[in-house]
Structures are given as C-alpha cells and as structure tokens.
Design a protein around this ligand. Structure first.
Ligand SMILES: Nc1ncnc2c1ncn2[C@@H]1O[C@H](COP(=O)(O)OP(=O)(O)OP(=O)(O)O)[C@@H](O)[C@H]1O
Ligand SMILES: [Mg+2]
Length: 563
C-alpha cells in the first residue's frame, strides 16, 4: 500500500543531517580531491617544491614528500580521506610513490567527471578503470627491464639515486653508495630467493657537517659517553654484558630521612665492610663471567665504576631499552636482569668496541658484531629539519633498492613508462566495443597528466613536452623521458633513471581501486555533528545504555540481576 506520509529523510536521522545523491556526490567528492591535489602536485619529482606545515602542536615541518605532507595536514572530507589512505597504503607497501598515487587518483576522477557529465554511468567507468589498470600491469611487466644479475651494484646505485633525486648531486651519490652497501650486507640468500630485513639497518642522525659526511658502520653506533673517564676507550675482541635495569650495590643501611643511631664506631666500619663485600661480589661476577664491556639500561653505582675502570672494563649506562635490544641483536647477547644472573653464555661479541668523538660529542661504536648483518647508517645534516628530510629520502631509497632486488625488475622514470603505458592503453581501447572504451582512454589521459605535471615542475612547457614525448614514443623511441636534472627530453636508459617495477605497479593498483571505489559511491549521508550540551547528553545516553552497562559488568565480574 502506498504510504500517505511524505518520505522524509529526517524521519530516520537527526535533524540537520545531510544527504547528497548522485551528481552532487560526484561533484563534491571530486572537488574535495582536487583541492588536496592542488597542494600536492607541485611537489612531484626531483624539482618538486617544499611545503611548510605547522601542525596542531605548533611544530614546523618542511617537506616535499607525500607521506609527510599527507600525515601532517588534517583532512576531513571522506573522499579525500580515501585518497590519503590509498597513498599511505602504497607508501606502507613499497615505501614510495605517495604523490604519484594521489595525483593519479585525482587525474582519473577529473577525466571521469567529464564522462559522467556526458551521462555515462559511473559503474561503467569504474569497471573500465579497473580493466585498464589490469592491462597496464600486464604491459608494464613486459616493458620492464629484467635484471640478469640482481646484485648489480651499479644499477642498484642508480635506483637509489633516482629515489634520492630531490638531493644535490654529490650528496645523492654518496648516500646512494652507502644505501646499496648497507643492503648488500644485510641480504640473505635462500636458494634463488633473496630476503632483506630492513630492520637490520639502524638509522642514526647527528646534526653538524653536511650529509656527504654520512657514514655506514659495520655494526652498531649510538650517542653515549663512557661511564667513567678512566675507562679504556677501545676494547678489541669485546665480550659484552647487556643488563636491563640498574647495577647498584645493596646498601648496608639505607639513607632515609630517618636517622640511624650507631652506638659504637666499630659498627660503622662493619656497615662499610658489608657494602664493600657487595661491591666485590658484583665486580667478581663481571670478571668471572668474562665481560670486558658492560652496557646497562639505567645507572651504575659510582663506586663500581672506578673498580671496573681499574680492571680495564668499559661500561656504558643509561641506554634506552630499544638500543639495548638492538645491541643484543647485533652482538648475539642475551639481556640479563641483574648482574648476579649473568652467565658466560649471555655475553655478546664484537671485534671492536670504541668510544669516539663526533663533532665533539661522544659516540660508542660496536663494530664487527657476531651478527654481521647489523649495520648503522649514521646520517649527518646541517640541522634537524634537513636531517629529517634526508632520513625520509634514505628510507625510501632503502625500500626502492630492496624492491628492485626482490622482484629483479625495473622500469625507467621521467614519465617514459607512463607514456608507453598510455599509448598501449589507447590502442587497446579501440578493440573494446562498449562504453568502457572511454574509461580506458580516460585512464591513458590520466597517466599523461602525471607526465605533464612532471614536465611543469621541471620548468618545461607541460603541453609541448607531452606532445613531443608522445610523438617520439609513437616513432618507437620508448626510452625517452624527461630528465629533471638537465631539464631536457632524453634517453632515460642512458641517463640511468631507473625505478623498481613494484612501485609503479602499486601506484596503478591502489589509484585505480580507489578511483573505482569513489565512483561507485552515489549517496553520502552525513550525520549532523553534535556540539556542546547536545554532544555530552548523547555521550551520557550511550554510556548508560543497558546493553553497555551489562557488558561492562560481565567483563569486570560484577553480578547483576541479569547474570
Ligand atoms: N632525474 C629524474 N628526472 C625525471 N624524473 C625523475 C627523476 N628522478 C625521479 N623522477 C620521477 O619523479 C617521480 C617521483 O617523484 P616523487 O618522488 O616526488 O613522487 P612520489 O614517489 O610519487 O612520492 P613520494 O616520494 O613523496 O612518496 C617519478 O615519476 C620518477 O620517475
Ligand atoms: Mg618518490
């Protein structure tokens, strides 16, 4: 029976809630994404611009990498949040490609908005978009360069350099060399398969000097001073005892605010003798176990420090637990809780433990560890901001080299791969006799727009560059792309601008899935945000709902009439 009541949306949702349908949804979603893209687009590529972000705590961040920018700006619109999530997912998966993912989603939606205006159903566009992505992946796999020697150091260095392309040439080359060296040290071969655990590369930062002074340490290094100035600064064939907690001499009597009345002077010396005995016990234990380096999480009794230095034992105190764990992992030590529990089996080993000054500050180097896979990348930079920026780029480059090694496939950068994929898609689209053909062509245009953005950011005329590139590729010059250093159109293979295939694949997968997801949304229902008194009343009502109270009582073992 037809209801005589008017179907009012507010019958089921609080007053003031909002509902958008069909065209309005697409328009709003796409516009919100375009606003976000506007911020990101100028940061793409080696000549990408930096953004200064002042977060809600007032901390200033200067960044040109997508992950940091997206992490620091608070996005509220649901469609824009989907884009941020997609870009982050790519970063988590392959450690790079955030801006490209975001831009590709934006470009795709811009293309499809035009087609929606021409009354093409968004579901058709979403299907076409996913098909185009699938075909692009197939094509890229064939287009990729397969590395005959996976561990080709030169190629790996070029991959690292491409990822570090936002740095000046000298620094880029130096860091790329260190990154490849680090990866080759931690690599594990399991038959034909390579395994790379990046947690073995510990990154430390030290301000002062330039990033060219960065170095790779075969082991572990951290900022700490010797516990006593008379201790040896260098121990060869170190046997390392790692202690959690503190190393204190038990006090014969505790110094508290209460006074202790000692009636005879002999009793005082008895107390001291007792303490000396405790001191001797700990000293002897360290000696008997065979340790010549002691690393402790908290404090070490000052009286013990002097005795240790007399025995040529090097001690370090106040080491954070994360570092303690890393030292244990590198040296093969077992962390003990208290010296009294130590056994010779708990000791770690390293060829050399040395206290050295860097920029007048004391660092401890543990080199030639039992576990040879542990390395430390000691990054240098003029200030905190620069160091953070370098660290983010180095992390990306570590991932890029790892990804290239694992898959053994690389592609060329500078937009050349995108142009080839777009050309292929256009040809393939003509064989599709449905409206999906338009979605596939839209995908190709979206890839082209990535290239014109790269050209624009490199100071070239975007449209002219794109036309030239397309013409050259159509003539079979498939390696031609934009060299952002020379700001010319050049052969990317000759210029060694290489990237891992995995990153490009992930960008296409994630961007197409997100664009399709956004296209399929035809209705947005926004509940009105409650504020002030209304908000607190709603919270109270929710918190005291009988089912919730019942659940809490059950969890905490409170018996009620219902149990
Ligand atoms: N020397 C170069 N010349 C031209 N293009 C380059 C060069 N080096 C890298 N590129 C291109 O720059 C693009 C990557 O730029 P960028 O690193 O700024 O973005 P992203 O990887 O998508 O995002 P992010 O690194 O912030 O996560 C790729 O398309 C790559 O081919
Ligand atoms: Mg990048």
């Amino acid at each position: 029976m037809e209801s005589f009541l008017k179907k009012d949306f507010n019958m089921i949702l609080p007053r003031g809630s909002m509902r958008l349908i069909d065209r309005n949804v697409y328009a709003e979603n796409i516009t919100s994404i375009e606003v976000l893209i506007e911020i990101l687009r100028t940061s793409l590529g080696p000549n990408g611009m930096d953004k200064m972000i002042i977060d809600k705590d007032g901390i200033i961040w200067v960044a040109s990498d997508g992950f940091t920018i997206l992490e620091k700006i608070e996005v509220e619109h649901p469609a824009a949040i989907l884009l941020v999530q997609a870009a982050r997912a790519v970063y988590k998966e392959v450690g790079d490609g955030t801006i490209s993912t975001a831009l590709l989603i934006g470009n795709l939606l811009r293309e499809y908005e035009e087609l929606i205006k021409k009354k093409i159903h968004p579901n058709i566009l979403a299907d076409g978009c996913l098909k185009a992505a699938e075909k692009s992946l197939e094509f890229m796999d064939k287009f990729a360069i397969h590395l005959s020697n996976k561990k080709d150091e030169k190629i790996l260095k070029h991959i690292a350099e491409t990822t570090l392309s936002k740095l000046p040439s000298k620094e880029r080359k130096r860091l790329a060399r260190l990154i490849v060296e680090a990866i080759l040290r931690i690599i594990e071969e399991d038959g034909d398969r390579l395994q790379i655990d990046l947690s073995y590369v510990d990154i430390r930062k030290k301000t002062g000097w330039s990033s060219i002074e960065s170095q790779l340490i075969n082991g572990f290094a951290f900022f700490r001073e010797l516990a006593h100035s008379a201790m040896p600064k260098r121990i060869k064939n170190a046997k390392i005892l790692v202690v959690k907690g503190e190393v204190l001499i038990k006090q014969a009597f505790k110094l508290t605010k209460h006074s202790v009345l000692i009636e005879h002077p002999i009793l005082i010396s008895e107390h001291y003798n007792q303490e000396n005995e405790f001191l001797y016990d700990i000293e002897k234990k360290i000696f008997d176990v065979g340790a010549n380096v002691v690393i402790v999480e908290k404090g070490i009794d000052p009286r013990l420090l002097y005795h240790l230095s007399q025995h040529e034992i090097l001690a370090i105190r106040r080491v954070v637990i994360e570092d303690l764990e890393k030292i244990a992992k590198a040296t093969g030590a077992k962390i003990v809780t208290g010296v009294e529990n130590a056994t010779p089996k708990d000791l770690g080993a390293a060829k050399l433990v040395e206290s050295k000054k860097i920029n007048n500050q004391p660092w401890l180097f543990i080199e030639g560890c039992r576990n040879p896979k542990c390395v430390t990348l000691l990054l240098r930079g003029k200030n905190e901001q620069e160091l953070n920026r370098i660290e983010r780029l180095v992390l990306k480059a570590l991932h890029a080299v790892k990804n290239a090694l694992i898959s053994g496939k690389i592609v060329i950068g500078g937009g050349a791969t995108e142009i080839e994929v777009a050309n292929f898609l256009r040809h393939w689209a003509y064989t599709i006799p449905t409206r999906e053909q338009l979605a596939i062509k839209g995908f190709a245009n979206a890839l082209d727009s990535l290239v014109s953005q790269l050209a624009e950011n490199s100071g070239l005329k975007p449209l002219d560059t794109l036309i030239k590139l397309k013409a050259l590729h159509a003539r079979g010059e498939k390696w031609i792309g934009i060299n952002a250093y020379s700001k010319k159109i050049e052969n990317m293979v000759k210029k060694k601008i290489f990237e891992p295939l995995l990153t490009k694949e992930q960008i296409i997968k994630s961007a197409s899935e997100t664009a399709a997801m956004i296209l399929r949304i035809n209705e947005v229902i926004k509940e009105r945000k409650l504020k002030g008194k209304e908000f607190h009343e709603k919270r109270r009502e929710e918190a005291t709902r009988p089912e919730r109270v019942k659940k809490i009582h059950r969890e905490y073992g409170v018996e009620g009439p219902y149990t």
